[in-house]
Design a protein around this ligand. Structure first.
Ligand code: SAH
Length: 216
């Protein structure tokens, strides 16, 4: 399969018509080999307009959702970014193309290790992976200019708000267990503003400031 051609087709049919405009985001989506972030038997579907399973009951987000969230972060290139929910590592790789350093936290060790392996083999040396509860953020590396949560949460975890630098932006899917809406939080001179964006469906953020392990 010509994966480069499939990526271009994905950009032309799924991203541009739905309003993704940031050329840097579109170029990153044209460049990052999404098929290498899923298991081999699923590679032929990697550029389809959908989320795909990555094992452990988790998913790699739909390309459009990755593009929207990335665009909302308004990355210029010099940001330190925290991602909560490494999953396959695909979103982190997109962020790594567009900003300076990515700190990504994943609670499931096998996924974190697989993602780390992918970053190494693809040469993303500006991505740092930590295994743990990302609702606690990554205090030692804070503050962050941008924070992206890639799992659905009932509320924005408080530690993330604390670890956001002034002028910073958080993007997170907030809602109930089965449907959420992207929320954009901006911190400016200590004050927070909140905007609602696209409706979406993510796997749950499980942790101290997300969903409890047993809540359904
Ligand atoms: N960004 C990913 C998709 C993430 S799916 C990608 O590009 O592939 C959401 C991920 O969040 C899952 O891997 C899940 O295990 C993880 N997750 C859920 N709760 C978490 C928490 N509290 N801390 C860190 N990761 C969490």
């Amino acid at each position: 399969m010509d994966f480069k051609e499939l990526r271009e087709y994905m950009v032309e049919t799924q991203l541009i018509p739905r309003g993704i405009k940031d050329e840097r985001v579109l170029d990153a989506m044209r460049k990052v080999p999404r098929h290498l972030f899923v298991d081999e038997y699923m590679q032929y579907k990697a550029y389809d307009d959908m989320a795909l399973p990555i094992g452990e009951d988790q998913t790699i987000s739909q390309p459009y959702m990755v593009a929207v969230m990335t665009e909302l972060l308004q990355l210029k290139g010099d940001e330190r970014v925290l991602e909560v929910g490494t999953g396959s590592g695909y979103q982190a790789a997109i962020l790594a193309e567009l900003s300076k350093e990515i700190f990504t936290v994943e609670r499931i060790a096998v996924l974190a290790k697989k993602a780390e392996e992918r970053f190494r083999s693809l040469g993303y040396s500006n991505v740092y992976v930590r295994i743990g509860d990302g609702t606690l953020g990554w205090p030692e590396e804070s503050p962050f200019n941008r924070i992206l949560v890639t799992a659905g949460t009932p509320r924005i975890p408080l530690p993330l708000i604390e670890q956001l630098s002034d002028g910073g932006i958080i993007v997170a899917p907030v809602g109930d267990r089965f449907s959420q809406q992207l929320i954009i939080i901006k911190k400016s001179k200590g004050a927070l503003s909140e905007q609602l964006h696209t409706p979406c469906v993510f796997v749950p953020l499980i942790g101290e400031y997300g969903w409890g392990r047993d809540e359904d």
